[in-house]
Design a protein around this ligand. Structure first.
Ligand SMILES: [Zn+2]
Length: 335
């Protein structure tokens, strides 16, 4: 069998296990770290008072009314997690997703309330229409087509109302063409030139979003999202998507889902060297939760290993439903 010539002495002179023999050395030579400072915690806000409804397919994740959201955000901050990303479920949905860009919409209310009570928490908003449209699509539908340019105008309006209500960063998740540029322009025209954009740059049409759709009540009533989200088979296209978003002014680019797309993450980071986020999606969370509940996996070990893999593949920022749990384990000295 041929052995690669690495230029270093081979066994028995070189024993790679030497550095694994003690925890001191293992700690010293560890190449990748997991820090809660890199976490963004997704939260779901709903109308009403004192609502706290667990998402059945995502144990430990809740839909919260604004009052409970404020409490949750106080806790998130106290756990040392620096940022949350808001998803909103409106009172009423319509064809054009009016609730998304209503100044008094559910996310806008939550932003104002949380900003007031927890000013040091960094508030990010998901910018899309799918939680707000009666048909559950991410934009305007005309003759069975999800139309691009009109939808982009509404997304830009939505982003502006978020910034006006106190969002520190906006994160368009729709995957329509031109939306980053449109949002950048409208933010700049209105004095929000310091509000960054984290674009869902390479977002795939994935089966791993299943549990999220229950949480965000955003399942499409007909059709699917394959006319705007990416084909899971493609990676060169992901690089073109990322390049375009950067050109339009994205400050951070995201790959979503995460664990099944580590190669995409790796290539995006290698190609652009840009601040890169990975979204460990609902299905990734649900798989670990379900298997752990059965006693088939060790939850802590697997949760941490999956997140570490994202960092190793190139992610700077981790959007994860496990953020608060990991921070609690950390606080309790369990990890
Ligand atoms: Zn959407």
């Amino acid at each position: 069998m041929a052995i690669h010539d690495t230029g270093v002495a081979a066994y028995p002179v070189n024993r790679l296990r030497r550095l694994r023999m003690t925890s001191v050395l293992r700690d010293m030579v560890r190449e990748t770290q997991l820090s809660k400072k890199d976490f963004i915690y997704p939260v779901f806000v709903v109308p009403g008072k004192n609502v706290k409804k667990e998402v059945s397919s995502m144990p430990g994740v809740y839909q919260l009314s604004v009052d409970n959201m404020v409490r949750e955000c106080v806790e998130v901050k106290s756990l040392g997690i620096p940022a949350v990303i808001f998803f909103g479920i409106p009172e009423e949905k319509d064809e054009v997703g009016s609730g998304a860009y209503d100044e008094l919409g559910i996310v806008q209310q939550a932003l104002r309330a949380v900003k007031k009570e927890v000013p040091e928490l960094f508030l990010i908003t998901d910018v899309c229409l799918c939680e707000y449209t009666s048909h559950g699509h991410c934009g305007i539908v005309r003759d069975n087509e999800i139309v691009n340019d009109e939808s982009v105008e509404l997304l830009a309006r939505e982003a502006l109302t978020h910034a006006q209500a106190g969002a520190d960063m906006v994160a368009p998740s729709d995957m329509f063409d031109g939306r980053v540029g449109a949002i950048r322009s409208v933010l700049d025209e209105n004095g929000f030139h310091n509000v960054p954009i984290m674009s869902y740059a390479a977002k795939y049409a994935s089966g791993f979003y299943g549990p999220f759709r229950e949480a965000a009540e955003s399942t499409p009533k007909f059709g699917d999202r394959r006319s705007h989200q990416m084909d899971p088979a493609n990676v060169n296209e992901a690089l073109r998507e990322v390049a375009q978003d950067i050109q339009e002014g994205a400050d951070i680019v995201m790959v979503k889902p995460a664990l099944a797309y580590l190669d995409v993450l790796y290539r995006v980071k290698a190609a652009f060297g840009y601040p890169t986020a990975a979204y460990a999606v609902s299905g990734e969370y649900a798989m670990i939760k379900a298997a752990s509940a059965q006693g088939w996996l060790a939850e802590k070990a697997v949760t941490l290993e999956a997140l570490l893999a994202l960092r190793r593949a190139g992610a700077d920022i981790l959007i994860t439903y496990s953020a608060t749990e990991v921070a609690r384990w950390h606080r309790a000295g369990d990890i």
